[in-house]
Design a protein around this ligand. Structure first.
Ligand code: ZN
Length: 234
């Protein structure tokens, strides 16, 4: 097999030192999905591609290699998302997003990637509540993987939901009359918040809703999003 050159917009999800001066980088590319690539010599002083191995760096990457073994040869930075480090809440949330992205993008998933980039932008550059950005990301991850959930209407009888609701992977979100025996309850406050029906919410409520949503992502797509992130928020 010939060595190929691949150009893709990609974000660094993880980077670990390797050998004297290399980094092994987990990249999520719009055109490649999740791949690992070596950034050679990038730990040397003054290395040109140091930033190309920094978590959150988003840019136009050029990779050379074959059989899933790549070397980063060029990177032109689009955004470093450096500002996510300004507070711990947004920093942890941003790492959760990267972790989820690597797992959701085993195959290229441009629309999930776009949702992740929008979330990182929100976390880095706006004063929006971190929990709300996380909620929207989880909803987008469901929708863009073909598992959209409607928290306003029962997915079976189509009635408008105004109290508690129930979830299972086969039925989606349903009312109490349509729920199956193994359905997971979604209490009225969580349902209203996720459906976007409520302005004032507490951190505790938003965390509870995000834990539920991360479980729904798991039961529908098999992707387990870093449970520690969610439990540490409680
Ligand atoms: Zn129903």
């Amino acid at each position: 097999m010939q060595t190929a050159e691949i150009k893709t917009k990609a974000i660094v999800a993880r980077a670990v030192p390797y050998g004297e001066s290399d980094m092994i980088v987990t990249l999520v590319g719009v055109d490649t999905g999740t791949v690992t690539a070596t950034a050679r010599g990038c730990l040397r002083r003054g290395a040109k591609l140091r930033y190309a191995a920094e978590p959150f760096n988003f840019g136009d990457y050029v990779l050379v290699g074959r059989n899933g073994r790549y070397v980063i040869t060029e990177c032109s930075q689009i955004d470093s998302f450096n500002a996510v480090t300004r507070d711990l809440q947004s920093y942890y949330a941003a790492f959760m997003v990267l972790d989820a992205l690597t797992k959701l993008c085993a195959e290229p998933q441009p629309s999930i990637m776009l949702a992740a980039l929008k979330t990182l932008q929100r976390l880095a550059y706006t004063t929006d509540e971190t929990d709300c950005a996380v909620t929207d990301f989880l909803l987008a991850a469901l929708e863009e993987s073909g598992n959209r959930l409607d928290f306003k209407h029962c997915n079976i009888c189509k009635c408008q939901l105004d109290e508690e609701a129930y979830f299972n992977a086969a039925d989606g979100i349903v009312c109490k009359h349509c729920k199956s025996i193994d359905a997971v309850p979604v209490d009225a406050a969580c349902r209203a918040y996720i459906a976007g029906e409520r302005g004032e919410t507490s951190h505790a409520l938003r965390v509870k809703a995000n834990i539920l949503l991360s479980e729904f992502v798991y039961s529908m797509s098999g992707v387990r999003i870093n449970p520690r992130y969610f439990t540490e928020q409680i």
